[in-house]
Design a protein around this ligand. Sequence first.
Ligand SMILES: Cc1cc2nc3c(=O)[nH]c(=O)nc-3n(C[C@H](O)[C@H](O)[C@H](O)COP(=O)(O)OP(=O)(O)OC[C@H]3O[C@@H](n4cnc5c(N)ncnc54)[C@H](O)[C@@H]3O)c2cc1C
Length: 497
Amino acid sequence: MQQPVRKVVIAGGGTAGWMTAALLRKVLQQQIEIQLIESDDIGIVGVGEATIPPIQIFNQYLGLDEKEFLRETNGTIKLAIKFENWRVPGESYYHTFGAPGAQMGFCSFQHYWMRAQQAGLKESMWEFDLNYLCCERGLFNKIKTENPIYDLQYAYHFDSGLYGQYLRKRATKSGVIRTEGIIEHIKTDDASGFITGLQLKSGELVEGDLFIDCTGFRGLLLRKTLGVNYESWADLLPADSAWAVPTERFEKTLPYTRSIAHPVGWQWRIPLTHRNGNGIVYSSKYISDERALEALMNNLDSKPLDEPRKIQFETGRTAQQWHKNVVAIGLSSGFLEPLESTSIHLIQSGIVRLLKMFPNQGITPGVIDLYNAESKFEFETIRDFIVLHYYVNEREDSQFWKDMRNLTLPERLRVKLEAFKESAAIFNDPSDIFKDASWLQVMMGQGAMPKDFHPAAKISTENELLAVMKKILDAKHQPLDKMLSHDEFLARYTGAA
Ligand SMILES: Cc1cc2nc3c(=O)[nH]c(=O)nc-3n(C[C@H](O)[C@H](O)[C@H](O)COP(=O)(O)OP(=O)(O)OC[C@H]3O[C@@H](n4cnc5c(N)ncnc54)[C@H](O)[C@@H]3O)c2cc1C
C-alpha cells in the first residue's frame, strides 16, 4: 500500500501494547497519531517478571528514571539465572549476564582457563565472574570500572502488569489515545486484504493505516483475521503448560532468578520487592495438570497469596510477523517458553525493528520481507539457545529428560555444540542476543566439556599463565568491597528504607 502511514492503531494493552505505544510516541513524537485499544474485561496474561539487560536501553531511551521505575514496578535486580538440577539432580550452575575472565590473547578465556586447570588451577570458571560472586553472596551495587569487563551487568525482575500501567500513564500523557473496549469485528479492504478498521462492541470504528497486533495469545489481527499460519516448535520445546502462583515475599531478596528442574519440567522463582513470582512449566504429554500443580505447591518457600493460575501455550512463531498492514508484537507473534526471560526482549526488538523500517511513505513488500527475515532469525537463535539447556543433560530420572537428549537438533545448534565439544571454540552469530559468554556458561554448566583447547593457550609457561589467572581473579574480587546486600541497595537506591 503506497499510502503514507499517518495513524497507527495498537490492538491490545498488555506489556507489548504499552511498550509499543510508548516507544513509537517517543521516537516519532507527534508526527503520527497513535491509538491503543484494550479491554479491561479480557485483561492481560499477567506473567512475565524477568528480563535481560537490553531492557535498560529501552527504559533509558524512554527517559525513565531507574529509581522511579523500580518503585513503580516493585522491581529488583537480576544478575543471572541459577539453573538447579538441570544437568543432574543436586547440581547447579549460573548463567550470569557477566563474562568469566577477561580478554587475554588470541582466543577467549575458556581456552586459558582449561590449560590453567591442567596446570593445577582450582577455581571454577565462574569464580572469575563478578556477577557470579555477587549472586553467591546476595550482593549488588551500581559500580563503574575503567574496563567494562569488570562491571556488573544486570537486568530486572519486575511486575509486568505494573510496568504496563507505568508506561500507559506516560504514553497517554504524551498524547497516545487510549480506548477501552472489546474489538468485535475487523474490517478489511476487499481488493488489498489490508485491515481498514477495528469495530468495537460499543459500535465505535477505529480506523488506521498500520495496525499492531498486541492481542496476546489470541492473535486477533495477524492470525485470526489475516490467516497467517503458526509454525509450531513443539517437537523441540514440548512444554505447553504452566501454573503460576504468587507467594509472600521471601525474607531475603535474591539478585537472580531461580530455575529449578523437575522430573518433567522446571520451576521458576522470581523475587520482587512485594512478593515472589513462582510457576512450573511442563509438557502435558508427560504429566497431568494435577500432578504438575502438586509439584509446584510442594516446592514453594513461602505462603501462596492467590489461587494458582493455569496458562496454556504452544512454542513457536507466526510464519510471518508482518503481513499486509499488520505487525504482530508480543505473544501474538509467537512464544518461546520463559526459560531465558526473552519474551519482553522480543517485544523490545520487534518495536525497534519496526521503527528502523518505519513505512513512512507506505508499506512495501521489500520492507516486510526484511522485517520478517530478521524476526525469524532472532526467534530461531533464541529457540536454539533454549533447546541447548534441555538437550545437554544427564538426568536419568524420567522419560522426559531422556527424550530431550534424543532431539534432532536444528543444524546451527548441532554445529555449534559439536565445535565446542571438540575444541572449546564458540562461533557466534552477530545478531544472536546471547553472546559467547552465555553459550559458554550454559554449555559447560549443562556438562558439555570440550576435549581440547586452542594451542595459543599454551604459548606462555604454566607459571606465567597461573600468575595471570591470579591477577584476573583478584581484579574480579576487588569490587566486592563496594557491594551492598541486594535488599540494602534497593532500600537506599529507591528510597524505600
Ligand atoms: C508462563 C509464562 C511465563 C512468562 N515469563 C516471562 C518472563 O519471565 N519474562 C518475559 O520476558 N516474558 C515472560 N512471559 C511472556 C510475557 O508474559 C509476555 O511477553 C508479555 O506479558 C506480553 O504479553 P502481551 O502484551 O503480548 O499479551 P497480553 O498481556 O495477553 O495482552 C493482550 C492484550 O490484548 C487485549 N485484547 C485481546 N483481545 C482483545 C479484544 N478482542 N478486544 C480488545 N482487547 C483485546 C487484552 O485485553 C490485553 O490488553 C511469560 C509468559 C508465560 C505464559
